[in-house]
Design a protein around this ligand. Structure first.
Ligand code: C2E
Ligand code: MG
Ligand code: MG
Length: 647
């Protein structure tokens, strides 16, 4: 072989070797590229995976997903829409790359429209490396201008149900691996949407009111806590107002619950409107409204200088709420009451403030509706006392701590005891006697007056019957009946049963009711009074002169006597006005054929005046205070008709 040939062969060999080497290199590079590719795509998968676990809500999850797509697939931009089933459209939830979330007018896309809407409709991906000329890409002008090459759109589907669409544009061709990666992350994202939506739903149910979509009491408590913290740090005041609709049940009862619900929704939007209203006061505060449940709403006012600054807002809300509502063709009016408590003066934590706003609300309600009250410490003391009283009253009923005292009613002409009034006393375990003036109003409020009143009727009738059997003198017993008792359907029947059980003749029972009791329900009063009269039971109008004192209804009432209130008797001998009133009452009562009883007679001057003007019966300390049964029996049986016993 000559040299030339040798060189040739070597070169060939070298070339071959070189070629082989190059081939290996290419293969190796290919393998390396594949590895990088794999790493790149698996990083994408991993990022999406961790977003699924870590992001706190749907929007931030999807935002992370679009950012990862842009980063790892070299997309010009990526977007994710979720399906709004009700509207049948796709709502843009996240966007990364050259367009931000708010760019463009594709905020929501009807299913079936544009490339995105069609992907949703067909539930099939659309992938192309030739955007220009692709009939599915609607905005060709734009695509040309921006130099778009590839488009990849995936329906996001879980269990064959569409939940959204994910799409990206790129200015370079997408490889098969890119498409595979997209397909594989789309499943994860779809599952993420379903799960986050469910979580949002659970969160909504736990923290928002279903009917009005306002924050509920739990969220409100949390917001209030934050607000207190903030106010504490910046030495500000924040206040809460508890708003309660007056007689809301009337709306439910009259129109049904559906209209009631609609009404509550209108109330909540009025509250929001009142807060957003453009006047200066409102703009000063950031307010929040929550629904506590039922017909109660909470308002949170932040950034106040002092609690009193809440008043203009309170006033505006009350006047806003009291305007007519139009619901289902009905015009409805309602008023509200409001209790306000402020941090730090009225409480330092959410629970205290909420409790004190409630106390203030109760006061607002009592003082007439359609107004608001600021909490004050004395309210709490009063309501604590009331609460203790209620607990103690219940126990007193169980332990039978009530007893009756009796006060004689004396005939002015004959000076003989012709009757007695039973007056209840509460003897506590420590031996204290508590006045009915203290506990009867509480018992009326919480309904305990019903068992208490029944006890008085039974004990009074039984006592009278026992005395009638023990001595020949027969007098009547007067029992005070509260409004709540008298308003019960079965009241008259209950009285009749007690008379039967105790054996007392109905003519020896007298019931004392007040004008207020009658006025509460005139129809029921007339009916009850007629039935009582028919049964032979007497009825007196107690505390006369302090109530409505309307002659026109008095005429319609089958009453037997009228008791002039103690407040007119007190100064009857010294004050000409009182004297004139008492004279008129006596004349008027006689014209109506009613007997007149004067209560609270304490001295001879009063007695003389009453006698001179024809009063029939006297009751008062002048003769005797209310006394325990044994003492009363002594009075009754002493046989002494000169009844100036106290002297
Ligand atoms: P009332 O029915 O008007 O009873 C008259 C009140 O005047 C009684 O007060 C009596 O002790 C008091 N009194 C009698 N004479 C005089 C007097 O000369 N001077 C003065 N300053 N007061 C006199 P009491 O016993 O404290 O009862 C207060 C109110 O409590 C009663 O007023 C009545 O409205 C209510 N009450 C008492 N017992 C019952 C009851 O069993 N049921 C109901 N529903 N209410 C009752
Ligand atoms: Mg009375
Ligand atoms: Mg009275």
């Amino acid at each position: 072989m000559d040299l030339e040939r040798k060189v040739e062969v070597r070169t060939e060999k070298l070339l071959k070797a070189n070629q082989e080497l190059r081939g290996e290199n290419i293969q190796r590079r290919k393998a390396e590229d594949g590895l990088i590719e794999q790493v790149r795509l698996s990083t994408l998968g991993a990022e999406i995976g961790s977003a699924l676990v870590q992001s706190k809500d749907l929007e931030s999850l999807l935002q992370l997903c679009t950012e990862s797509i842009v980063k790892h697939l070299d997309a010009a931009f990526a977007r994710i829409w979720t399906l709004n089933e009700k509207e049948n459209n796709l709502e843009l939830m996240a966007s990364a790359g050259m367009y931000t979330h708010k760019d463009g007018n594709h905020g929501s896309i009807p299913v079936g429209k544009f490339e995105i809407g069609r992907i949703a409709q067909n539930k099939k991906p659309h992938l192309t490396n030739e955007v220009i000329g692709d009939s599915q890409i609607s905005d060709q002008e734009w695509a040309k201008r921006e130099g778009m090459i590839a488009f990849a759109g995936h329906p996001l589907v879980v269990a064959d149900k569409l939940v959204g669409v994910m799409a990206m544009f790129a200015k370079k061709a997408l490889h098969e691996n890119d498409l595979k990666a997209l397909a594989s992350i789309s499943d994860g994202i779809a599952l993420g949407i379903v799960r986050k939506k469910a979580e949002d739903q659970i969160h909504f149910l736990a923290y928002y009111d279903n009917l009005t979509s306002l924050p509920n009491r739990f969220l409100f408590r949390e917001l209030l806590g934050k607000s207190i913290e903030y106010a504490g740090r910046y030495k500000q005041t924040c206040a809460i107002a508890l708003i309660d609709l007056n007689d809301f049940n009337r709306i439910n009862d009259t129109f049904g619950h559906n209209i009631g619900d609609g009404f509550l929704k209108s109330v909540s939007s009025r509250l929001l409107k009142a807060l957003r209203s453009s006047d200066n006061v409102a703009r000063m505060f950031e307010g929040r409204i929550a629904r506590m449940g039922g017909d109660q709403f909470f308002l949170l006012l932040q950034g106040l200088d002092r609690g009193l600054d809440a008043s203009p807002v309170a006033r505006r809300i009350l006047s806003g709420l009291s305007q007519a509502y139009e619901i289902d063709g009905h015009e409805i009016f309602i008023t509200a009451s409001m209790g306000i408590a402020a941090f730090p003066d009225d409480g330092r934590d959410p629970d205290d403030l909420i409790k004190n706003a409630d106390t203030a609300l109760n006061h607002a309600k009592k003082e007439g509706k359609n107004n608001f009250r600021f909490y004050s410490k004395s309210m709490n003391e009063a309501s604590l006392e009331l609460l203790t009283m209620e607990t103690n009253l219940r126990r007193a009923i169980e332990r039978q701590e009530f007893l009756l005292f009796y006060q004689p009613k004396v005939d002015l002409a004959t000076r003989k005891i012709i009757g007695m009034e039973a007056l209840i006393r509460w003897k506590t375990q420590t031996g204290d006697l508590i006045s009915p003036a203290k506990f009867i109003p509480v018992a009326e409020e919480n309904g305990l007056i019903l068992p208490i009143g029944k006890f008085v009727l039974q004990a009074g009738c039984l006592q009278n019957k026992t005395w009638q059997t023990a001595c020949t003198k027969k007098i009547s017993v007067a029992i005070n009946v509260s409004g709540l008792q008298f308003g019960q359907k079965e009241f008259v029947q209950e009285v009749l049963t007690i008379l039967k059980d105790t054996g007392l003749d109905p003519q020896y029972l007298e019931l004392e009711i007040t004008e207020t009791t009658i006025m509460k329900n005139i129809e029921r009063a007339v009916q009850n009074l007629n039935e009582l009269k028919a049964a032979g039971i007497k009825v007196s109008l107690d505390d006369f002169g302090t109530g409505y004192s309307s002659l026109s209804y008095l005429q319609r009432m089958p009453l037997d006597s009228l008791k002039i209130d103690i407040s007119f008797i007190r100064n009857v001998a010294t004050n000409p006005d009182d004297a004139a009133i008492v004279k008129t009452i006596i004349t008027m009562a006689h014209n109506l054929n009613l007997k007149v009883i004067a209560e609270g007679v304490e001295d001879e001057h009063q007695l003389e005046f009453l006698k001179a003007h024809g009063c029939d019966v006297i009751q008062g300390y002048l003769f005797s205070p209310p006394v325990p049964p044994e003492e009363f029996f002594n009075l009754l049986t002493r046989g002494n008709d000169q009844l100036f016993l106290n002297k």
